[in-house]
Design a protein around this ligand. Sequence first.
Ligand code: PMP
Length: 407
Amino acid sequence: MTISKGSAAGMRPGCAQWLKTSNNISQQFLAFGGRPDVVSLAGGLPAAELYPLAAIQSATQRALERHGPAVLEYGAIEGFPALRRLIAARISAETGGHFTPENVLLTSGSMQGLDLIGKVLLDPGDFVVAQSPTYLGALDAWRPRAPLYRKLDWDLQEPGFDDALARAKFVYTVPNYSNPTGVLVSQERRAALLDKVLAAGTWLVEDDPYRTIQLDGPPGRSILGHYVARHSGAYDGPVIYLGTVSKSLVPGLRVGWIIAEHGMIQALTLAKQATDLSSSMLTQAITLELLEQDFDSEHAKAIVPLYRERRDALCNEAALRLSEWFEWEVPVGGMFVWMRARNQAIDTDELYRFAVEEKVAFVPSSVFDFTGQDRFAMRVNFTRSSPEVITEGVRRLERAIATYVSS
Ligand code: PMP
């Protein structure tokens, strides 16, 4: 075996594939979108100018005064005990269920939760049922495990779907304002999917980072909540629920959580121990200070009206300039508009090259698609930039499309 820089020699097939594709793609978008002369509608971030610096500063002070050097140590692998208790109490209140701290594993963002789930559940060749398009980070997290995907079609009627479900290790879904499509899945569909998951005896991973970005009213019950509504007593269900403060507060705290039944939490905890020994106790203690005061709800009151304004700026300008070529649903929450090319007339991988010339970034659909067929849509973010910058971005997109179609 010859090992040279950049060589994939000896790597597992999933890793070698990973090196070739997604890794480069993510880095490419981040690098281009981060240039000051570029209007980036590509990221999936909260607005940095709205980050609550003063609240985080005073929460840090309080956390250090309250806990002293204890928060500067390695900590309990399951997470900061008081924060575990708070998350268990919150999820109990939200769903009406009986969750204890033993149902909670605190993670370094929900991204770590996705990784741990792959470590615990996936062997190469296992099946995962997931929406397509789906969150790129989840595909990245599981790529080294080389799973096979089956598309989750939400009408749940496709021939063979029940068999696929019975063979799947888990179903992965983002029912609230999905990344990348912004779609809010109806309550009926959530309940129907849960029925099928229970009948198939498989796990269901419900990834819910956008829950608090409610632009037109609350999203209703989580799938976890549907399970709890039907089963009383200690939680013993198949739903593995992922939460995070990345969108409700700031991503830099790197605090997320997994809610699951005890055995699954124990397995995930062992996997976490072998990954990072413990998440940062300091940022968990800071998060505790903020959540104890319901600061996330306060913060949502400040940011949601601004995000609504930005969504409207994007959709209104796009209606004027892009609707000849693209169509979309106005999202009722989250951070993205999913624009689909009419009659598959625009290949967004190709369009991206013209967008680079016009100095505007979006994310083409191909990166979110494990079927490898969807090249005719794009994800456009509206939370990160001001309405003026978004408007300018849409103008640049219009110019890029005009050049593309006449080329
Ligand atoms: N899941 C989804 C659907 C996401 O969009 C993101 C963030 N882009 C994550 C998980 C990861 O979030 P975190 O910052 O909590 O790791």
